[in-house]
Design a protein around this ligand. Structure first.
Ligand code: ATP
Ligand code: MG
Length: 445
């Protein structure tokens, strides 16, 4: 992409209405524009990152054997009356009447709809296990939308639902979700710690929230510092291997890590004192096993091996895809702007032409830009007639992890400069070598 032709409405001034850094930076970097309270347009660069996050979620769900589909945002109230949640959901549910006076709602989640699909089409234990998911816009009329996309009213969420014959199978589905979520967040350059959460009125021990540690997080968390040393890394996972998935769950959840809702001071006191941590965190996902809570009232049953109808065991599992943009920026920025992790960056490399209009510099940048594309990289080339300082400031603000700087002085010696956004370290090298380095970095990211 050539900067001169892109739509990147960056702001010089800090927007006064944004309280936290990720919100400020998303506005300043021209990624989002507020349309109404808690509702945003996703401008091209914001949309590009959102799509990258969505792709990572899809890839990791596919790896776990979960199946993508799409349900409507507007749903009939009748289904929610059947489950008993229509009245209980309260003011957060946006209720709509159509021209015939029928009650609709903008889906805040989709347990009812997926259970209805299941009961219409699945009748035998032979069709199980089954896990279906979607990535779809949700609406919750939050009382206090704030922090930009972190607590919106309209937000993009991955919601997945497992259907299993037995509790044991459903717990394997729970574990598969835990493992796939850990992989997903790591690919996004994030550490999200599974913490024991409150299951609310539904009850049961089986729910974990995934929290990214950040000062601006809305949840108070308590944990053993040793949990921050564990990661999935490069390990091979066989998602059909029950023992292996259970092993990962145990490894990641046996150390103390809880939100304030389930925090137990007496248990926490047993963590070695030098490892006790209290901090704040951003909830970027949650997994839940709830057994037959929805399948019973909605009549989602299958015939078991003896021909007897039994309600299926279910769970639901969510990732806050749009909230993740904010969480990633909260975790990765500096005074100058965003620092995108390579796995989610909107562009792989920024090319800065120090002397736009100089024949040699222009030709070198043009050649570099085309070679980068030919190598499969996604460059953004700042070809505007701006001062070098302004170009650097833009690249830093929008957070491109690598920058290649091209200027007449270096070109005399046949070199350009490759700079890391994160460390600020620059190295001179030939344009060919710079592209080779970048190809190596981005292969497999
Ligand atoms: P919260 O406690 O933050 O209100 P929740 O527990 O009600 O969230 P879930 O029903 O668990 O939310 O939804 C799954 C994921 O969707 C959450 O982990 C979060 O990342 C994201 N999410 C929930 N509400 C919002 C919102 N208002 N704006 C953006 N993302 C949200
Ligand atoms: Mg939650």
């Amino acid at each position: 992409m050539r900067m001169s032709r892109y739509f990147l409405p960056t702001l010089k001034e800090n927007p006064s209405d944004a309280q936290i850094v990720s919100h400020r930076l998303m506005l300043r970097a021209g990624m989002i524009k507020q349309a109404a309270s808690g509702i945003y347009s996703w401008l091209p660069m914001g949309f590009k990152v959102l799509r990258k996050l969505e792709n990572i979620v899809h890839e990791e769900q596919a790896r776990a054997g979960h199946i993508a589909m799409l349900m409507p945002t507007l749903q009939s109230a009748d289904l929610w009356r059947e489950s008993g949640r229509y009245d209980g959901y309260g003011e957060e549910m946006l209720r709509i009447k159509d021209r015939h006076g029928r009650d609709l709602l903008f889906s805040p989640t989709a347990e009812e709809m997926i259970t209805d699909i299941f009961r219409s089409h699945v009748g035998s234990y032979k069709d199980l296990p089954l896990t279906l998911y979607q990535i779809q816009w949700k609406f919750r009329d939050e009382i206090r939308p704030r922090f930009g996309v972190m607590r919106g009213r309209e937000f993009y969420m991955k919601d997945g639902y497992n259907f299993d014959l037995t509790k044991e199978d459903a717990l394997h589905a729970y574990n598969r979700h835990l493992v796939s979520y850990l992989r997903t967040y790591e690919r996004m350059g994030l550490q999200a710690i599974p913490m024991r959460a409150d299951s609310g009125p539904i009850g049961g021990d089986y729910t974990h929230e995934f929290l990214v540690l950040a000062e601006t997080g809305e949840s108070e968390v308590f944990y053993d510092a040793a949990v921050t040393d564990i990661s999935m890394g490069e390990r091979e996972i066989d998602f059909d291997d029950k023992a292996q998935c259970q092993g990962v769950l145990e490894e990641f959840t046996s150390l103390y890590a809880r939100t304030d809702e389930t925090h137990d001071a007496a248990v926490f006191a047993q963590v070695p004192a030098d490892r006790q941590r209290t901090a704040r965190g951003i909830e970027v996902g949650q997994i839940f096993y709830f057994g037959t809570t929805y399948s019973e009232p909605l009549g989602a049953t299958v015939m078991d091996e003896t021909g007897k109808p039994v309600p299926v065991h279910m769970g639901s599992h969510g990732i806050g895809v749009s909230r993740l943009l904010g969480a990633i920026i909260e975790a990765s920025h500096d005074d100058k702007g965003i620092i995108w992790p390579e796995g989610v960056t909107p562009f792989d490399v920024g090319i800065v032409n120090l002397k736009q209009g100089d024949d040699e510099a222009d030709a070198a940048c043009e050649a570099l830009y085309k070679s980068a594309i030919a190598l499969g990289l996604d460059p953004i080339y700042d070809d505007r007639k701006e001062r070098a300082g302004a170009k650097f400031a833009s690249m830093d603000l929008i957070g491109i992890p690598w920058r290649i700087t091209v200027g007449p002085r270096g070109l005399k010696n046949g070199v350009v400069e490759l700079t890391s956004r994160k460390t600020g370290v620059s190295e001179e090298m030939t344009p060919e070598l710079a592209l080779e380095r970048l190809t190596e970095i981005y292969t497999g990211v």
